[in-house]
Design a protein around this ligand. Structure first.
Ligand code: GTP
Length: 597
């Protein structure tokens, strides 16, 4: 155990985590070129294209230091706010962390919040300034930021270029010197922390774990303490990009287990593996059920494809346990599913995967958070409202609560005013303001999660000219004053366009939605009235005038190839239109409320 080092990398997206990991694997000769290619082929397309580590993995490498052989387990962490619970479990599996900061960019919100998590778990932090090969790098000033933040000395900071390889050998040595060896009792009953899982369509779910105490053995009967389920450890081993099966894995080390589990739901990140025969008395602390934060309806564009959509969602859920769905009906859209996601990025990923991997064309409705409602009849009974159409009649409503988050924004001092204005407009309350340097400020807010869903990222980026980073964590539910804003097309309410909105903003948003819908809905052969209403009260109206004559017929009449092109275009456009009553509504209209400014 004294020659094992377990660590993760904390870095903001694009600061060089993957490049540095690759360089370390090269230097320690862990992977051959051939294996690297295979691994690349293995990875999810989407993950590669987006350059975001959607699912974390672990990899083992060997490093010689002063003539002694060391075993390193590099535990990868997901790099996006939606996956913060998974990050916390990966961190719980480590004794140290490499804090990588791009020497041209400086520290970002994501880095800070993960760094705090690492400090909470008493990890040893090795600060690294990366990209020092770039002329625009500024190791002096950004070094100061790091010193302020973690209270280290300048000598503690390593300078590196993951691209050229400069400084990487020093990082490997520092891992041995500074990160403590794991502690744990190999004689004690087995306790292994599951911090990740990987879907394998042939062999079932592979759970990735860190053994805290005891030994896990091939063939052993094991029990997952939080789900209570039992399995045979058909195969266990270590991960070196390719799996390396082992007879046993002892306290302090990291490995995978394959036990014929078919559904991702059974392997919960944060669960503890113990032995059936001589079980541990307690599970490792910190287990949480991951709950969806954002809900939206997903409907097939072609109503015949409802069953196909169900099958696709079921398949997606096999390898993504954080996706939830249940059938629902919408008066406007027919049969579909109410899906729960970890956040907005997760929602986009699922929608894209449905389209690319399953060839489905779907309509996604306005996302919303999950509300708690209490009625006068039984003020103690909590109703969970995941869909605005389930919102109880205001006449019987006692109170409603909505989820709040602690939001962290890091930006340049010149944008502080604009960021504050935005956060306050989003019903946020400033709880902290810290100057990281004279140039960079960290702002902390309490704000409703729903406001993040509604067009927050884009506006933050715009007002800060791209110089703001953002992170958030849920902090529980608070009472709120919400109303349901309905949209009517030619006097018919369209349930899929309803949204729960804070009372102070409802009229304004209702008005803006009508204007936006007027832009988005194409003119048709007849006049269309677009109205917003709160209960029976109409708060806004726009009128879309009727189309007078068919202009395209005249323009393109002569040219058959151009006409065909136009028809094809129309057909493609059609795919995403839905007939609501007699009005054709394009997909963008269902998300209009997200882009009102
Ligand atoms: P995610 O996978 O999106 O989280 O990003 P990451 O942090 O893993 O960053 P990645 O390693 O993909 O690097 C981002 C970009 O920076 C890539 O274009 C790299 O080639 C580049 N890069 C990484 N390290 C260095 C470096 O030391 N010097 C220079 N010049 N470029 C680097």
């Amino acid at each position: 155990m004294k020659n094992i080092r377990n660590f993760c990398i904390i870095a903001h997206i694009d600061h060089g985590k993957s490049t540095l990991a690759d360089r370390m694997l090269d230097i320690t000769a862990t992977v051959t070129e051939r294996e690297k290619q295979d691994q690349l082929l293995d990875n999810m397309d989407l993950e590669r294209e987006r350059g975001i580590t959607i699912k974390s993995h672990a990899i083992q490498m060997n490093h010689n230091y002063n003539g002694e052989a060391y075993k390193f387990n590099l535990i990868d962490t997901p790099g996006h706010v939606d996956f913060s619970y998974e990050v916390s479990r990966s961190i719980a599996a480590c004794e140290g962390a490499l804090l990588i900061v791009d020497a041209t960019q400086g520290i970002q919100a994501q880095t800070i919040s993960n760094l705090y998590l690492a400090l909470e778990h008493d990890l040893e932090i090795i600060p690294i300034l990366n990209k020092i090969d770039l002329p625009s790098s500024n190791p002096e000033e950004i070094g100061d930021q790091i010193i302020d933040l973690i209270g280290c000395t300048r000598e503690d900071i390593l300078l590196a270029s993951a691209k050229t390889g400069e400084g990487v050998a020093e990082i490997l040595d520092a891992i041995v010197e500074r990160i403590p060896a794991p502690e744990g009792d190999p004689e004690a009953p087995l306790q292994a922390l599951i911090f990740d899982s990987v879907f394998n369509s042939y062999r079932g779910i592979e759970a990735i774990f860190r053994v805290k105490n005891g030994v896990i053995k091939k063939g052993q009967r094991v029990k997952f303490m939080n789900t209570g389920k039992e399995y045979d450890a058909d195969e266990i081993g270590t991960l070196k990009l390719v799996k390396d099966p082992q007879k046993q894995i002892s306290a302090g080390d990291v490995g995978y287990i394959i036990s014929g589990i078919k559904e991702a739901k059974e392997v919960k990140v944060g669960d503890t593996i113990t032995s059936k025969e001589s079980p541990a008395t307690t599970a490792i602390a910190g287990f949480e059920e991951v709950k969806p934060m954002v809900y939206a309806g997903i409907y097939p564009v072609d109503t015949d494809e409802f069953e196909e959509l169900r099958t696709s969602l079921e398949k997606l859920q096999l390898n993504d346990a954080s996706l939830t769905f249940e059938a629902e009906t919408s008066a406007a859209l027919g049969f579909g599913f109410r899906c729960g996601f970890l956040g907005m990025l997760h929602m986009e990923i699922i929608q894209e995967r449905l389209e690319r991997e399953f060839n489905m064309t779907v309509i996604t409705t306005v996302p919303n958070v999950s509300y708690y409602a209490y009625t006068k009849k039984d003020p103690d009974e909590r109703l969970i409202v995941n869909n605005p159409s389930d919102y109880p009649d205001p006449a019987i409503l006692e109170r409603i609560e909505e989820p709040y988050i602690k939001a962290q924004v890091i930006t340049k001092s010149e944008f502080v005013g604009a960021v504050m204005t935005l956060c306050i407009e989003k019903r946020g309350e400033i709880v902290g303001q810290t100057y990281l340097t004279s140039e960079r400020v960290e702002l902390t807010f309490d704000m409703p999660l729903a406001e993040i869903v509604f067009d927050f990222y884009d506006r933050l980026k715009t007002i800060s000219k791209g110089y703001a980073s953002f992170d958030y964590h849920p902090v529980g539910y608070r009472a709120s004053n919400l109303v349901k804003v309905d949209i009517l097309l030619n006097a018919e309410p369209v349930d899929a366009l309803s949204a729960l909105i804070h009372k102070s903003k409802a009229e304004d948003i209702g008005r803006k939605m009508c204007v936006k819908l007027k832009e988005l809905i194409p003119r048709q052969q007849f006049l269309i009235a677009i109205q917003a209403a709160i209960g029976a009260k109409i708060i806004s109206r726009e009128t879309l005038s009727a189309l007078r004559k068919d202009v395209t017929a005249k323009c393109y009449g002569g040219d058959i190839s151009r006409k065909r092109k136009l028809l094809e275009k129309q057909k493609a456009g059609k795919k995403r239109m839905r007939q609501l009553g007699n009005v054709e509504v394009p997909q963008q209209a269902f998300l209009a409320v997200l882009k009102l400014n």
